[in-house]
Write a protein that binds this ligand. Structure first.
Ligand code: NG6
Ligand code: CA
Length: 509
């Protein structure tokens, strides 16, 4: 009997498939996944989220052809913890040592650990990372002159072309797989975060050598006329040119797509834009009235356009899920005198939200999230609560890849909300800056912290108080009125919930 049914299905299946639309056929196959993870791009920095001082037509194309989320969150208000949480599916605040990493930080994700990349690789995907890493490399101190490992290749990526930390931190070189690109062995690299290197000029001592001057910090090693965080010598032939960085990374990203077009692939593409130092290629100079910060957004939009054009050219658009997001909220002055404050005009980088990068307020973690997958995702706007913590489990579900109870322990399957097939996303959200916050569609509790209300360097409203803050997000989305005193029971309830989440050490049962 079963044999007969099987034969009948075999006969009918091709006929049935032939009658389906090409896009439906594509949807049945595993989609390619391109996750464009930008740096410090705020909710209000894109024209599809309301910006008018900069045009982002390519990113807007994703919004028009896909789903634009209005309640999308990173886990944290800075880079390293957000990236750690995204890849491991574990909240970074559970793991000490996952704050903003030094340029010579040890690998923060242990080799062999289950990650978003390893899950997709197990499901038959070719996996690649291009761009900013900032999750540490090596054991102890990385060996910049030898094999730089462990790193991405040891946690599920088949290919990697990365900048080790950030653009404003040494070493200012690219690492492809295990090697620094273009390194001359006769000119080895020395990196120090513990003190100056004898004979090397610094931004503090030699401002006459600088093209861009620091506003706070960033006064150590000088590379390409820009002083950075940390000291470095040697590696002259390997040093990056800031103005060429978007071109370099975009070329590597599109080459990865091209080379892997015949099988499902996952590309984790981490742009340097729009982090400091903001040094877009001269062809983007003056594209906006906002100086380098605005021009870097224009450069980022170009990058996205190149990725989309590559998918079009290779006829991969229909069955590729492109997700666009950011690692934390926006910052205007993040350490360089680059005119960002003076030329901001009426632009509001965080959109309607209070605070920005580093902040407990919504501006710290509420970011753009765009999902385009023509074969499956209907264009539109979604207000469901979605968080990057869930993307590992959601992708695994999408591709039918099982994982263990202890793998990606805070990640839950929210695929339906991410793709717009359900209006209901997460019931609650944990946000992480100086302290933790718990929010839902109505309320938000911010736990007490150090009380520094404003970061004097960046001028960010931090949302730090020594007492609990409680906001009615539905009535007061700008978090202007702390109503903790009016709702002591609710405050206690939300505090207990956060405590329970912390104590459990995981989010899934
Ligand atoms: C801060 C840097 C800032 C930026 C940030 C990390 C100073 C004074 N400030 O410590 O410029 O590099 O770290 O940014 O050094 S992130 O997006 O990678 O989290
Ligand atoms: Ca960042």
């Amino acid at each position: 009997m079963r044999h007969w049914i099987f034969k009948a299905v075999l006969l009918v299946a091709p006929l049935a498939l032939a009658r389906l639309s090409p896009s439906l056929v594509a949807a049945l196959a595993k989609p390619n996944i391109v996750l464009i993870y930008t740096d410090d791009v705020g909710y209000g920095d894109l024209s599809c989220y309301g910006a008018t001082s900069v045009a982002t037509p390519n990113i807007d194309r994703l919004a028009k052809e896909g789903l634009r989320h209005t309640h999308g969150h990173t886990t944290s208000a800075t880079c390293t913890p957000s990236r750690y949480s995204l890849l491991t599916g574990e909240y970074a605040w559970r793991k000490p040592g996952t704050g903003v990493a030094r340029g010579d930080a040890t690998a923060l994700i242990a080799p062999g650990r289950t990650t978003m990349a390893s899950l997709l690789r197990s499901a038959g995907y070719k996996t690649g990372v291009v761009g900013k890493w900032h999750l540490g490399l090596g054991i102890g101190k990385p060996d910049w002159n030898g094999d730089v490992k462990p790193g991405p290749l040891e946690i599920g990526f088949d290919y990697s072309f990365i900048m080790p930390a950030t653009g404003d931190r040494v070493p200012c070189v690219y690492v492809e797989n295990h090697r620094v690109v273009g390194l001359d062995p006769k000119d080895p690299i020395t990196v120090s975060f513990d003190g100056p290197i004898a004979g090397q000029p610094t931004g503090a001592k030699n401002p006459e050598l600088l093209r861009v001057h620091p506003s706070h910090g960033h006064d150590q090693a000088i590379v390409n006329g820009v002083s950075r965080i940390g000291h470095m010598s040697g590696g002259k032939s390997a040093l990056w040119v800031d103005e060429d960085m978007a071109d370099t990374l975009t070329k590597k990203a599109t080459a990865f797509i091209e080379q892997n077009r015949a099988q499902p692939f996952f590309l984790y593409f981490c742009t340097h834009d729009i982090h400091v130092p903001r040094m877009p290629h001269p062809r983007f100079g003056g594209r906006t009235s906002m100086g380098p910060r605005g021009d870097a957004i224009a450069e980022l939009d170009w990058t996205v356009g190149e990725v989309l054009a590559t998918l079009d050219r290779l006829k991969l658009t229909d069955n590729t899920m492109v997700i666009f997001s950011s690692d934390n909220g926006p910052v205007v002055d993040d350490g360089y005198k680059d005119d960002a404050v003076a030329k901001l005009g009426s632009h509001r980088p965080a959109g309607p939200w209070r605070g920005g990068k580093y902040s407990n307020f919504e501006g710290g973690t509420r970011v753009p999230v765009l999902v385009r997958w023509p074969a499956r995702v209907k264009p539109g706007v979604s207000a469901a609560i979605v968080s990057q913590i869930d993307w590992a489990a959601s992708f695994a579900t999408l591709v039918g890849q099982p994982f263990g109870r202890d793998d990606i322990p805070d990640s839950t399957d929210q695929l339906a909300a991410l793709l717009g097939e359900s209006k209901t996303g997460r019931a609650e959200l944990v946000e992480h800056a100086n302290s933790l916050a718990l929010s839902d569609a109505r309320w938000k509790l911010i736990l007490p912290s150090n009380g520094v209300a404003v970061n004097k360097n960046t001028n960010t409203e931090m949302g730090n108080l020594r007492t609990p803050q409680f906001y009615d997000l539905a009535a007061d989305p700008g978090e202007t009125k702390n109503v903790a005193a009016d709702h002591p029971e609710l405050v206690a309830q939300y505090q207990a919930r956060l405590e329970a989440l912390r104590a459990a050490g995981r989010s899934r049962p």
